[in-house]
Design a protein around this ligand. Structure first.
Ligand SMILES: [Zn+2]
Length: 121
């Protein structure tokens, strides 16, 4: 059985670490945008207040997605360390290398991922 991903754990580890570093850099960059909006500033008009709130919501949303990805990266790094990386967490089958290449944080094979996103595991 050949699964390229399992033959280069160092490469994958580096990719994951780089991505994690990138995410935390982005997160630091947008920290200012997530500061609470001051609603009682008289010089801020109603429309720009709404804009500010909307922007803040978007920033929070981005941050939530980023957090989710960070968690997936950490989980993938842990699996790498424990030697579980590259195996579907649900059915135990190997995850195709091409799939891992696309997103090194995936923890399910295609079948299981589809089942889980369809809502009935
Ligand atoms: Zn599976």
């Amino acid at each position: 059985m050949v699964n390229g991903a399992r033959h280069k754990p160092k490469v994958i580890r580096n990719r994951l670490l780089e991505r994690r570093e990138e995410l935390s850099r982005l997160s630091r960059g947008t920290a200012a945008a997530r500061r609470p909006v001051e609603l009682d500033q008289s010089r801020v008009g109603r429309l720009s207040r709404m804009d500010a709130l909307q922007e803040q919501e978007m920033a929070k949303d981005t941050e939530r997605r980023r957090d989710g990805e960070l968690h997936r990266i950490d989980a993938a790094l842990k699996r790498l360390e424990e030697g579980d990386y590259g195996w579907c967490l649900s059915c135990g089958e190997p995850i195709p290398a091409a799939r891992l290449e696309l997103d090194p944080t995936v923890s399910l094979c295609v079948d299981c991922a589809e089942r889980s996103s369809a809502g009935h595991h």
